[in-house]
Design a protein around this ligand. Structure first.
Ligand SMILES: C[S@@+](CC[C@H](N)C(=O)[O-])C[C@H]1O[C@@H](n2cnc3c(N)ncnc32)[C@H](O)[C@@H]1O
Length: 202
């Protein structure tokens, strides 16, 4: 899997563009800056945007090519981000340190996703927020018609209200809904589809 992402990020262009994900932007714009974690952050579009608003940004991804492009984007936008080449199980953050965790198109099979979410939840401060956007279980209907919309091929990697309610049962949901949206993010997220959008507080 790492080979797949390395190959994608070796290209010169930013796979999902240099601008932040739209839902992430609308949510983070409403919050006072603090400490934010962006897991599986790829080429840094959300991390760099959060840093430009004054957030103390921590991000990670297992692709070194993603890391290089994220750091180049941070330099271009003249902001600082802390970015590690790692998976969640390799990180040593202490519990309850983040004001926000942003999960944007982070897709894992059910078993890994559920335990990742529990671990991430423990890193959130009381009163902290998780912002999430990811492809939902109806996504394959759109992906079949328009492969340019991207996203995982395995149904177990897709999101539903039920999965998120179970994974984050200790949080309170300000927003948890499936939405039909039109993606226009770089070369790999283009067209209509359905996503889960979540804003939940510990
Ligand atoms: C669809 S991309 C989303 C990137 C970023 N969140 C964004 O919105 O632009 C999914 C990301 O998950 C990363 N990833 C997949 N498995 C991972 C793992 N086990 N540990 C860390 N990162 C991983 C990939 O390298 C890739 O950057």
């Amino acid at each position: 899997m790492k080979e797949f992402w390395d190959a994608r990020y070796k290209a010169e262009n930013y796979a999902y563009g240099k601008n932040p994900n739209q839902y992430f932007k609308t949510q983070i714009d409403l919050l006072p800056p603090g400490k934010i974690l962006l897991p599986a952050e790829g080429e840094g579009r959300n991390a760099v945007y959060a840093a430009s608003l004054g957030w103390d940004v921590f991000a990670y991804d297992f692709s070194k090519y993603a890391y290089r492009k994220a750091m180049a984007l941070a330099k271009e936008k003249q902001v600082e981000i802390n970015y590690q080449i790692a998976s969640l199980d390799e990180l040593s953050f202490t519990a309850s340190v983040f004001d926000v965790i942003g999960l944007i198109y982070v897709h894992f099979p059910d078993s890994i996703r559920a335990s990742n979410h529990r671990k991430l939840s423990s890193l959130l401060k009381k009163g902290g927020t998780i912002i999430l956007e990811a492809f939902s279980t109806n996504h394959p209907n759109y992906q079949k018609i328009n492969p340019a919309v991207g996203g995982p091929k395995l149904p177990s990697q897709l999101y539903s209200e039920e999965k998120l309610k179970n994974d984050f049962e200790e949080l309170e949901f300000n927003e948890l809904k499936e939405e039909k949206i039109t993606l226009a993010e770089g070369a790999f997220h283009n067209g209509d589809t359905t996503v889960m959008r979540m804003n939940a507080v510990k």
